[in-house]
Design a protein around this ligand. Structure first.
Ligand code: SAH
Length: 237
């Protein structure tokens, strides 16, 4: 069944812009078809009463458990090309709640504005991905931050993936075992060129746990997706 994000009021579901477009023009919904609509974390079974103008009636609220027991933020250094898209698309499927693209000293991409078309595209990818995998919430994508902003941000558990620890030190897999239900977790992953020693040291000053993602050096986008997979797996335990 197709899943959409909309607004539910007085027994009706209202879909805006891209969501309505997807239902009518992409999926070519027919009258009588059943769909799911999520509003503010609550999901409803609905049916399409009319197409033109679009009218969707709510049948019943459905109990869903699609979110993790922990809240995951993935802060990733801005990458070249469409690798950022991949992090947001796959991270959304894996249960990441917030994405924070940031700029650190070895980033090759340096955005001129705090928000640009790339950020808008990432938000669209998060919304479409969330609908596709039937999440109850659309993950947020923040405007560009600096590494300093990221290191200063609040979370109960803070991991910094540092390639300098590859094959030694604490692995994310081993430390993530201690996560508890309801905790907020922040994972920071570096750019193609990696983090500098100074950046890793600064993360320690801000009480991050420096973690290894295994014995091999992973590409930045693989690191973010692998890290989200590990956290997501424990978030469903
Ligand atoms: N160019 C660097 C590697 C950068 S990998 C080098 O050759 O050393 C990009 C980012 O992925 C890193 O900054 C880190 O956050 C993460 N990463 C990749 N492999 C990792 C590993 N084995 N352990 C911890 N972090 C890793």
């Amino acid at each position: 069944m197709q899943h959409y994000f909309g607004t539910v009021v007085s027994g009706k579901a209202i879909l805006e812009g891209s969501q309505a477009h997807h239902l009518i023009n992409v999926k070519r919904a027919e009258i009588g078809e059943k769909i799911e609509v999520t509003d503010n974390g609550e999901t409803y079974l609905c049916f399409v009463k009319d197409i033109d103008p679009l009218e969707i009636l709510v049948l019943e609220k459905v109990e869903t458990l699609r979110e993790l027991d922990i809240h995951i933020t993935v802060a990733f250094a801005l990458l070249k090309g469409d690798h950022n898209d991949l992090i947001v698309l796959k991270g959304t499927e894996l249960g990441v709640d917030d994405f924070v693209p940031f700029v650190s000293s070895r980033c090759v991409v340096s955005p001129k504005e705090k928000e640009d078309n790339r950020i808008l595209r990432l938000r669209k990818i998060a919304a479409e991905g969330a609908a596709q995998c039937r999440r109850s919430v659309i993950p947020s994508v923040s405007s560009y931050q600096t590494l300093d902003d990221v290191l200063k941000s609040e979370a109960e558990v803070k991991f910094f993936a540092y390639e300098g620890l590859a094959g030694s030190g604490d692995s994310l897999l081993s430390v993530a075992k201690t996560l508890k239900k309801g905790q907020t977790v922040l994972l920071v992953v570096g750019p193609e060129g990696g983090f500098t020693h100074e950046e890793a040291r600064l993360a320690l000053d801000y009480d991050f746990t420096l973690v290894s993602l295994g014995r091999r050096i992973l590409r930045a986008e693989t690191s973010a997706i692998y890290g989200a997979s590990i956290l997501g797996a424990f978030g469903e335990e």
